[in-house]
Design a protein around this ligand. Structure first.
Ligand code: NDP
Length: 453
């Protein structure tokens, strides 16, 4: 029975009753019934709906952003930006989807073959609370374009966002059953993956949840996309614009109170520019405007829950026990809610386990390195491989970063952020598969090859 808890105040809101087995069965049956019709729609019907959903995001942006702020504490300005990004994703697939689904022809030794992108079926999405609309939309928009139907198991802490996501498709005139929200606990997920009517599953979340979902998908021989954690390097070399790099590093680390999978979590700075970088970076971290997330000027609100905040505080304590220096922050004020000041860790010993962990909150780990090779070595010395950001104006260094950083994404002289136009995803323990761009659209489709004389 998910109940809303406002992380800024600790106050409880509405309760959303969990579905029982009979209600889940009704939703599964509905998804198959709708798929049988939706799979036969033409591209114009699908793109028309995508545009109408985009229009709904534009019309409802303030109301939707307020739910985000209330349920997970995102500053309202950032929540509004999230709604605009959702709108952009629907327009992107409406404009570009049909071309991405064009058949391709191959000449064979004898005859030819034509490959067609066909719909796949009902797909389950297990999603997190940190970008409670955007994470879902990057699955939802391509699902609709592909001719599939979607079922959503959203995070327990964002039930209002989950309900609004189902409703927005109906508000736009989409058919019932095209995108259904399942208010269920995570213990029901494996059973749904096993159901013959579900053809595939995608999850964005922790390694643990990813393992559980992948295990169920593997056992049932179903395709899975995993978007899991990361501890992205943010590398600064001497030829970079240090002021710009250091100012951007503050945003890269503290956006969404540090709760983004592609936050720059480990600042890896060349020794020649370390002091100059730290002067600006530390000042930026200390002066970030922390406050009421409903206030337009707030840059950092509370963490998503008191439990999440306590986990970060515990990790911070472990870091210090393992020999790291806490340069600043990590204070927990004596007031209700999931509040914490951002923190900076330096001098982290090479063998400290914490150096290889993810801080899913506002804690920056800073590493000083002597050259390019050491920067790449530190960058890669983690189990994850999601994103990365490298700051240099030296062309040969750029090439090395692109070639040698073990990650699914590298941003040069900018902060890494997802974009509807570009593929998004990781390697190593950050998962596999891609979202967004044409790759995200093709993940859950049947590439039917037709042999012709
Ligand atoms: P969780 O993995 O606990 O939650 C994510 C989703 O998985 C929720 O819907 C949750 O449901 C569900 N879930 C949890 N356990 C299971 C299970 N055993 N079986 C099936 N589903 C399950 O993540 P957190 O809430 O801790 O979110 C933060 C984590 O997610 C971080 O590690 C972060 O890096 C990662 N993340 C990755 C992103 C990416 O794009 N790669 C983006 C955002 C976050 P319920 O809430 O009911 O438990």
């Amino acid at each position: 029975m998910p109940t809303q808890v406002n992380p800024a105040t600790g106050e409880e809101g509405d309760t959303f009753p969990a579905l029982n087995d009979d209600q889940i069965e009704v939703k599964l049956a509905k998804s198959v019934e709708t798929f049988r019709q939706w799979r036969n729609t033409d591209y114009q019907t699908r793109t028309d709906l995508l545009i109408k959903i985009a229009d709904q995001f534009a019309a409802q942006r303030t109301t939707l952003a307020a739910i985000v702020t209330k349920e997970m504490g995102k500053p309202v300005k950032q929540a509004l930006t999230e709604m605009d990004k959702c709108e952009k994703a629907f327009r992107f697939y409406a404009e570009n989807g049909p071309a991405m689904l064009a058949p391709t022809e191959q000449k064979l030794v004898s005859g030819r073959s034509v490959s067609h992108w066909l719909p796949y079926g009902p797909v389950l999405a297990v999603m997190p609370w940190n970008y409670p609309f955007w994470q879902v939309v990057r699955f939802m928009a391509p699902t609709i374009m592909a001719g599939n139907v979607g079922l959503l198991k959203h995070a327990s802490s964002t039930p209002g966002c989950a309900a609004a996501l189902e409703q927005i498709v109906l508000d736009a005139g989409g058919p019932e059953g095209l995108f259904q929200n399942l208010h269920i606990s995570s213990s029901k997920v494996a059973g749904i993956i096993a159901d013959d009517r579900i053809v595939a599953v995608t999850i964005t979340g922790s390694e643990f949840a990813g393992q559980k979902v992948a295990e169920a998908a593997g056992f049932n021989l179903k395709k899975v996309v995993l978007e899991l954690g990361g501890s992205d390097p943010f590398i600064v070399m001497p030829s970079a614009d240090i002021e710009k790099a250091a100012t951007t590093a503050v945003t890269a680390r503290l956006q969404n109170a540090g709760q983004s999978c592609v936050c720059g979590k480990r600042m890896i700075v060349h020794e020649d520019v370390y002091d100059a970088f730290m002067e600006i970076f530390a000042e930026g971290v200390k002066t970030i405007k922390i406050g009421d997330p409903t206030d337009e000027i707030t840059e950092m609100g509370p963490l998503s829950s008191e439990g999440a905040r306590d986990e970060i505080a515990e990790q911070l304590e472990q870091a210090v026990q393992q020999g790291a220096t806490k340069l600043y922050g990590g204070e927990i004020p004596d007031k209700p809610g999931a509040w914490m000041t951002p923190a900076i860790l330096t001098d982290i010993p090479d063998d400290a386990p914490i150096a290889r962990e993810e801080f899913f909150g506002p804690v920056a780990m800073v590493f000083k390195v002597k050259d390019l090779d050491e920067a790449i070595e530190v960058a890669n010395n983690i189990p994850f491989g999601l994103g990365s950001s490298a700051w240099t104006n030296d062309e040969s260094e750029k090439e090395r970063f692109i070639r040698d950083i073990e990650a699914g994404m590298t941003a040069i002289n900018q902060m890494l952020a997802s974009d509807p136009y570009a593929p998004f995803g990781g390697i190593k323990r950050s998962g596999h598969g891609r979202e967004l761009g044409s790759h995200g659209l093709h993940e859950f489709m049947n590439l039917k090859n037709v042999m012709l004389p």
